[in-house]
Ligand binder design. Structure first.
Ligand code: PMP
Length: 405
């Protein structure tokens, strides 16, 4: 049996694979701590649940418009006006099954085979794979100074006549950093002059700490909604901790939205209407839930930083948003895949190898779980790696003795 060469070249999502490994270990009774997870533990907002439930109660769940139900689009337009200072038309909005599908639809709709898409390391694991699925070529730019902040000059250097788009993700998964206004202004101006699309993945834009208010890339565009090269991507997954509802959206010039709608119509027809109702409920309901989530994550970040500071040899850039950090573990091991595997097998802690995000030698740690997950998780990692830490630890009610250092 043979399969598509392209499909066979697509890597499994490492985060989803790790979720599955953790689940299997737990099933076998292991007290696994999940520092790999990309979702907070909150309950979905009541307004979202009620809205979805009332739609379900009608029993009338049918196909809905491919680009999204009008009332959700209206809520997204209001959200866009409030957060991007832009009044867009319904024809500029398309709802998809998560921001992931939005990004796929965009790339599928703009790329010709061999078109290049610039991806800034550290990057979200799915970007290169989605670009490849759309017959494009991912061009990864890594900050030469070893920081996590991209530099305009380094990006400019890789632009060719084949460059079709650049993906910006700020606040950034996996580093948690926010791109500076100066950088965003420069890159937006450059791309709009050169006709290069900017896909602004703003999925974490409200999960920001220390009173910061990052400016979305969209705000730097001097073009109107039909002529801008910026496509803004957002969704309810991280904003409201509604990952399982699978609702994301894109704001783009209407011509592009039309193309994306045709693509989506042939793949998934539409997004489930009661899940769209849930997203509408979240967007139009009490917004204090976003603040609560943000403050919880900020507190978790602080605890994570405190634990990592007390960890000999570990360096970590302080995240300004998201629920991730990307500490440098090279003092212990270069190979992040081997390190992550070792920590899962020996200490039952899930981490995600930095290699998957284009940053070898690092591990992505999530603080979306509980404070106890953070403190116990780091204590276990310390026990597994640091010879100066006590060589006994309790994992669940099992006393574990370190015999490998
Ligand atoms: N973009 C980034 C940067 C993400 O981290 C994620 C989820 N991990 C997504 C997009 C996908 O979001 P959704 O669940 O809405 O598909």
């Amino acid at each position: 049996m043979t399969y598509s060469t392209l499909a066979m070249s697509i890597a499994e999502s490492p985060t989803l694979r790790l979720n599955e490994e953790a689940r299997l270990l737990r099933e076998r009774g292991a007290a696994v701590i999940h520092l790999g997870i990309g979702e907070p533990k909150n309950r979905a907002p009541l307004s979202a649940i009620l809205s979805a439930a009332s739609k379900l109660n009608t029993g009338d769940i049918k196909y809905s418009p491919t680009d999204g139900i009008p009332s959700l689009k209206k809520a997204i337009i209001r959200y866009t006006e409030e957060n991007y200072d832009r009044l867009v038309a319904p024809e500029n909005v398309i709802v998809s099954a998560g921001a992931k599908q939005s990004i796929f639809n965009i790339l599928y709709s703009i790329l010709n085979p061999q078109d290049e898409v610039i991806i800034l390391a550290p990057y979200w694991v799915s970007y290169p794979e989605i670009v490849k699925m759309c017959y494009g070529v991912p061009i990864v730019v890594r900050p030469e100074d070893g920081s996590f902040h991209p530099r305009f000059e380094e990006i400019e250097r890789v632009v060719t006549s084949s460059t079709k788009a650049i993906i910006l993700n700020s606040p950034n998964n996996p580093s948690g950093i926010i791109f500076s206004d100066e950088f965003l202004a420069k890159i937006v101006d450059f791309c709009e002059r050169k006709g290069i699309y900017i896909i602004a993945d703003d999925i974490y834009h409200k999960l920001v700490f220390d009173g910061k208010h990052p400016t979305p890339a969209y705000k730097f565009s001097t073009k109107d909604s039909e002529n801008t090269k910026i496509i803004a991507v957002n969704g309810v997954a991280k904003l409201y901790g509604m990952t399982g509802f699978r609702i994301g959206w894109a704001i783009a010039p209407r011509k592009l939205v039309q193309v994306m709608t045709n693509v989506q119509s042939q793949v998934t027809t539409c997004v489930s209407p009661f899940l769209q109702d849930a997203a509408e409920g979240a967007l139009t309901g009490l917004q204090s839930i976003v603040d609560q989530l943000r403050l919880t994550m900020q507190n978790n970040r602080d605890v994570m930083m405190q634990e990592l500071h007390a960890f000999t040899g570990i360096k970590c850039v302080k995240p300004q948003g998201t629920f991730y950090c990307l500490p440098d573990f090279r003092a212990y091991k270069q190979d992040s895949v081997a390190l992550s595997d070792f920590l899962l097998k020996r200490a039952y802690v899930v981490t995600v190898p930095g290699k998957e995000f284009g940053m070898e030698g690092h591990l992505r740690l999530s603080y979306a779980g509980s404070i106890k997950d953070v403190t116990d998780g780091i204590a276990r990692i310390k026990w597994a790696l640091d010879p100066n830490s006590p060589n006994e630890i309790y994992i669940g009610d099992k006393k574990m003795i370190r015999d490998w250092l």
